[in-house]
Design a protein around this ligand. Structure first.
Ligand code: FES
Length: 147
């Protein structure tokens, strides 16, 4: 291996490690939850956002009955949440959570935690659903999209 290849390989290895650690870091603050779905109204206990130590998670990924994609819910404050359809707007691949938001493994599109496109080829932002807090639950309305 010549010097040039050694440097390239070292940089690639470091970048891969960084990406993995960023992904794992993002995973450490999220949880997968099963949720009920009544005519497009998803009900999720707010308790889902707390970890075993009682600390808040930044994000929960929701698998809802009859919904063929994951809904990623980011907690901004006690009453403010962003619920995003976990499907890439470029070609419908499932998205992965990362430190900065959501990444698409298919062609590299990246979205922030509000669903805004950071990098193409996707040109449309993610679908955002209306959310509201009712008692101890977070309600996600799949029939009401935020423009
Ligand atoms: S399907 Fe996501 S970037 Fe192509």
């Amino acid at each position: 291996m010549d010097r040039r290849n050694f440097i390239f390989n070292s940089i690639s290895l470091a970048a891969g490690s960084l990406g993995l650690s960023m992904y794992l870091s993002a995973c450490g603050t999220q949880k997968q939850v099963q949720a009920s779905n009544k005519s497009g109204l998803i009900t999720l206990p707010l308790q889902s956002f707390k970890n075993e130590k009682g600390e808040y998670r930044e994000m929960v990924s929701v698998n809802a009955e009859g919904v063929p994609y994951v809904i990623f819910v980011f907690r901004k404050t006690e009453s403010e949440f962003t619920a995003l359809k976990g499907m890439c707007t470029h070609n419908a691949c499932d998205l992965n959570p990362v430190q900065t938001g959501l990444d698409c493994p298919c062609h590299g599109s990246r979205f922030n935690k509000e669903g805004t496109v950071l990098n193409g080829p996707a040109s449309k932002n993610l679908t955002r659903y209306f959310t509201s807090v009712s008692g101890n639950d977070l309600l996600i309305n799949l029939n009401k999209v935020i423009p």
